[in-house]
Design a protein around this ligand. Structure first.
Ligand code: FA5
Length: 335
């Protein structure tokens, strides 16, 4: 029996040296020290050993048990240390997925509009969002106390400057550097003191357009804008031209588009009209040409200001402009 115990001890210590996880260590304990483990099973045979040898064999078995328990504790410490020194980063583990954002629907749509215009030979120019009242109003033929200032009321900032109410001041800025013939667009953000509703925001986007050359007529204006709207919405889209007053054009007109949200039946976006005003336009006023140092006897031109948000709404069937700026991911992730 002493030999058998010796053999178990040897086998157990070898097994223990190969243990490489806590689960294996638990299994080792069951296999050797557990109730049905090898050591216990062998010890049950103690009753068959001659009586005078029993105390010595019993003591030997206890020593082996203590030795195995000690070796187990040591193995547990070894495993713990291995864990501590294991590389913190498992390079084989798949990386955490980071959500990737995308451009705002308005940015995407604006890029498409810009593409259409550049394909028609328009240059893209830029202007500041904080403007002087001269560029936003005076040079566009809207002198102080003109009622149009009220319709385009805005936010004033320090130094007598204001947040531009439209992209039209970029016409003035561009013509300080350029000479006719010009064909340009100026997309950007504009601001208004506005009671917001389904189709009105206090911050929105416009795309200004300006064409100045010899012999430019209303036919060029209507033809260009009809072509642009058809490029955006397809050939079936209906447009209509309505006279409208803008101090910086003469004649002035609005271009409406059939409301694609309700198919012309009337809804909250088109205010039950079936038509939505998409852009203001007209032939550049002779006084504005003079303000640009351009001779109105030699040159004529047309200008327009498109409401990018409203066009984007029609493109995607969105029935409230305020959704665009809500920052709601449920909305943004659909587009
Ligand atoms: C203007 O801003 C003129 N500067 C446009 C213009 C340019 C006329 C050049 C003639 C020549 P209006 O205020 O109508 O005009 O705005 C132009 C377009 O911007 C509107 O047709 C509409 O589509 C959009 N828009 C106007 N107000 C808002 C608003 N509060 N929220 C969203 N879109 C708006």
């Amino acid at each position: 029996m002493r030999q058998e115990l010796q053999h178990i001890k040897h086998e157990a210590l070898t097994a223990l040296s190969r243990v490489s996880s806590n689960n294996e260590l638990k299994q080792f304990e069951i296999d050797y020290l557990g109730r049905k483990g090898k050591l216990s099973v062998t010890l049950r045979k103690l009753k068959d050993v001659p009586k005078h040898e029993r105390p010595a064999i019993g003591q030997f078995a206890n020593e082996i048990k203590a030795e195995l328990e000690h070796a187990m504790a040591k193995a547990a410490r070894r495993l713990q240390e291995q864990k501590l020194h294991a590389p913190v980063i498992d390079l084989t583990w798949p990386g955490a997925e980071h959500p990737i954002g995308h451009l705002h629907p308005i940015s995407k749509f604006l890029a498409e509009v810009v593409d259409i215009f550049t394909s028609m030979g328009f240059a893209v120019v830029d202007g500041p969002e904080i403007e002087t009242p001269e560029n936003n109003f005076d040079k566009l033929n809207i002198p102080k106390n003109h009622p149009a200032r009220d319709a385009w009321d805005t936010f004033y900032v320090e130094g007598g400057l204001l947040l531009r109410t439209h992209t039209s001041p970029v016409q003035i800025r561009a013509m300080q550097k350029m000479r006719p013939p010009v064909r340009l667009i100026a997309p950007g953000r504009v601001f208004r003191h506005e009671a917001t509703d389904a189709s009105h925001e206090s911050t929105f986007y416009q795309c200004e357009g300006l064409v100045i050359d010899r012999d430019i007529t209303v036919a060029n204006l209507i033809g260009t804008l009809d072509q642009v709207l058809k490029s955006i919405f397809g050939k079936k889209v209906k447009t209509r031209v309505r006279p409208e007053f803008y101090p910086f054009v003469e004649p002035g007109m609005d271009i409406d588009m059939s409301c694609l949200i309700c198919d012309g039946a009337g809804c909250s976006v088109c205010k039950q009209r079936g038509w939505l005003e998409m852009l203001g336009s007209g032939m550049v006023h002779p006084q504005v040409l003079k303000n640009m140092n351009i001779d109105p006897e030699k040159y004529s031109g047309f200008a327009f200001g498109m409401g990018i948000d409203r066009l984007m709404m029609l493109r995607h069937g969105i029935n409230d402009i305020r959704l665009s700026y809500s920052g709601d991911l449920r909305f943004l992730e659909q587009l």
